[in-house]
Ligand binder design. Structure first.
Ligand SMILES: NC(=O)c1ccc[n+]([C@@H]2O[C@H](COP(=O)([O-])OP(=O)(O)OC[C@H]3O[C@@H](n4cnc5c(N)ncnc54)[C@H](O)[C@@H]3O)[C@@H](O)[C@H]2O)c1
Length: 293
């Protein structure tokens, strides 16, 4: 029987977790967000509030819809508050050891029939499932960034994912009015398997001095009709996330064409993670973003 999903737990109040909470509440689901500290929860809730307000300002939502969505979202740093949720979506840092620790903490709290999903951009669903107590009720539900704007969700089964779990996830995505595509459980699935090597190549192009940040982004915006330049997009995704995905591709497919660019490694080591940390290929601390190279 396909489980009926009425409530969504979200692990991680970062850019993706907030986006998932936002669209789920707008679709009428009760949402509970969990993160490591109350500070992160407060920042996340403020972000969601601001993003909903922007949609009201743009005429995409009414004030009533915004208030109704906000009333459905709660957050806390107590993992036990996830206990009543029907589907918990983990959207924490792209690091397998972090995700494994989270499953060890969250699984004992959940009801026996609850589903668990990961928003991982690249990690093996089958391997992550093996770190849970419920591989049949575990799968990948991979949203795109920014979640309220992007229409696509990739659905990824692990080897043990049950049909009822998959059908329930499909129904959830349809209720969010997003389009689901199915990807097999290979490193980085479909979108990031194609997108991240392009971004990594843009960083090599910068590293080798073929062009400046501005030249590379302008070239791809005006020359390939991309809405954002690849370096601007890398900053938007988060350079730590970009590096993790390249490492997963490199390790998982054992092909040197996926070697992460040393310049990407250097930026991450510096803590220049892109927009979320205020600096990456652009510096966001002033009025307008300024290229850092
Ligand atoms: N950024 C993107 O464009 C994008 C797109 C699709 C999927 N994803 C995936 O979504 C996930 C989150 O990415 P993000 O961009 O939102 O990252 P982020 O850095 O904005 O947020 C990560 C959040 O996880 C929290 N966290 C870390 N360890 C935790 C723990 N042990 N328990 C609870 N919370 C913890 C952090 O405090 C932070 O709030 C990753 O798996 C990433 O690959 C990212």
């Amino acid at each position: 029987m396909v489980p009926v999903i009425k409530s969504i737990g979200v692990v991680g109040a970062g850019q993706m977790g907030c986006g998932i909470a936002h669209v789920s509440a707008l679709a009428g689901y009760k949402v509970q967000i969990y993160d490591l500290s109350q500070d992160r929860i407060e920042t996340g809730l403020a972000t969601i509030n601001g993003n909903l307000a922007r949609q009201v300002g743009g005429g995409k939502l009414t004030d009533e819809e915004r208030n109704a969505a906000l009333a459905l979202i709660s957050g806390s740093s107590d993992v036990n508050d996830l206990a009543p949720m029907d589907l918990v979506i983990e959207a924490a840092t792209e690091d397998e050891s972090v995700k494994r620790k989270i499953y060890a903490l969250v699984c004992p709290v959940l009801g026996p029939d609850a589903m668990l999903a990961t928003n991982t951009s690249s990690l093996s669903i089958t391997r992550l499932a093996s770190a849970t107590d419920r591989p049949e009720r575990f799968m990948g539900i991979h949203f795109m960034n920014p979640v309220p704007v992007m229409k696509l969700v990739e659905l990824v089964r692990g080897i043990a994912t049950g049909e009822a779990t998959f059908s329930a996830a499909k129904e959830y995505v349809a209720k969010l009015e997003k389009t689901a595509t199915v990807a097999e459980d290979f490193p980085a699935f479909i979108v990031n398997r194609i997108l991240l090597p392009m971004i990594n190549e843009a960083i090599y192009t910068l590293y080798e001095g073929v062009g400046s940040v501005d030249a590379i982004d302008t070239a791809m915006k005006l020359g390939a009709n991309h809405p954002m330049g690849p370096l601007q997009l890398a900053d938007f995704i988060g350079l730590d996330t970009c590096l993790s995905i390249m490492q997963v591709l490199y390790d998982g497919l054992a092909d040197s064409k996926y070697r992460p660019c040393p310049l990407l490694v250097k930026y991450v080591e510096a803590g220049w993670l892109g927009r979320k940390s205020g600096r990456g290929f652009y510096d966001y601390r002033g009025e307008v973003p300024v290229p850092t190279r």
